[in-house]
Write a protein that binds this ligand. Sequence first.
Ligand SMILES: Cc1cc2nc3c(=O)[nH]c(=O)nc-3n(C[C@H](O)[C@H](O)[C@H](O)COP(=O)(O)OP(=O)(O)OC[C@H]3O[C@@H](n4cnc5c(N)ncnc54)[C@H](O)[C@@H]3O)c2cc1C
Length: 358
Amino acid sequence: MDVDVLVVGAGPAGSTTARFCAGDGVDVLVIDRRKEIGYPVQCGEMLPHVEEMYTIFPRSEQLEELFTVPPQLVDGESDHVDLVSPGGRTYRCCFKSHILDRRSFDKHLAKLAVDAGARLETDTSFLGLKDDVAETTMGPVKAKVIVGADGPNSRTARQAGLRNPGLRYPAVTCQAKGRFDPAVKMYFGNVAPGGYAWTIPKRGGANVGLGFDPKVFKGSPREAFDRFVGKLDCTCEDVTMGIVPMSGPVPSTVMGNVMLVGDAAGQAMATNGGGIPTAMIAGRIAGRTIRGHLKGTCALEEYERRWKEVMLGPLRTSVRTRRMADMVFGSDRLLGAAMFALGRRGLDRAIRCKGVLL
Ligand SMILES: Cc1cc2nc3c(=O)[nH]c(=O)nc-3n(C[C@H](O)[C@H](O)[C@H](O)COP(=O)(O)OP(=O)(O)OC[C@H]3O[C@@H](n4cnc5c(N)ncnc54)[C@H](O)[C@@H]3O)c2cc1C
């Protein structure tokens, strides 16, 4: 099969890329190995409000186009986040977010891509690249542009000679039923060594989970998760494991006719683990660049320059902050002291990908 653009992965990165390059004569095929888009949910389901996104990425524009979320996809709203130190001290940071129904949200993004003219094939895997042709479970696909939007373990990246994110934190999440504090809570310390555990209240219960640094905690993700939920009064459904890329963007996101978007490109924020907004911001840039490239007005490499202009500064700052945090993450006492020294204002800056020593 011949197409203009093959997008591997129908998560936020792939669907948004497809939405912004499909139609107007551009033939886009999106494939995803999942049978159902958006499920299983491997996410805390927090999406910052658009005004928070402008403070994190002040060079971004027209984010309302991406982040105006239909109310039926929202399971809750939150105005602040409580960061809880190992000793139990709470630092309340103002941070407005939607609590999504991510299962429906990803379907919604895929539908926007299909409405724009893309074709979507579920239950279809990318297997490899042979002589510039993509091998997939639906047969070979020859494409002018191939987009690797297949997450932090991107096979597309490896096949094209690009790198996967170096640091990948395991994370476990579930849909929990029970009684929860109405505030979003993030717990630090040995409950989730090198990362954090969360309870994010939503309609009917909460999203409960944790992510941790595998260098600090050698046990299994399930063991860490069971230990955390054992302290909560809840029952868990749909327990799933995923990976959060924590080392910042990979060195190169374009190689020949292949480009990487979202987690495949390591574009998640290292101080909060959030990657939905960055995947979508990069996806729009990728989609527009591909369109320009196919019409002969720009090179594909322009994608890298454009996304870096908007996101690289904050993403690098968040990696620097995470590295500083690594120095104290091994000790609850030091971590508690560091959180106390930073105070609410410093922690607030950290979750917004701003320098904490200013
Ligand atoms: C437990 C956990 C909690 C998180 N919580 C949050 C949060 O609250 N807020 C937030 O903003 N971010 C959160 N994140 C991060 C966020 O989920 C990701 O950054 C985001 O989904 C990135 O989007 P993406 O499209 O790049 O990748 P993904 O959403 O991972 O999509 C990749 C898609 O590619 C498909 N795929 C993979 N390989 C192949 C293949 N070979 N062939 C075909 N298809 C393939 C997959 O099936 C998948 O649908 C969390 C991550 C985890 C693991």
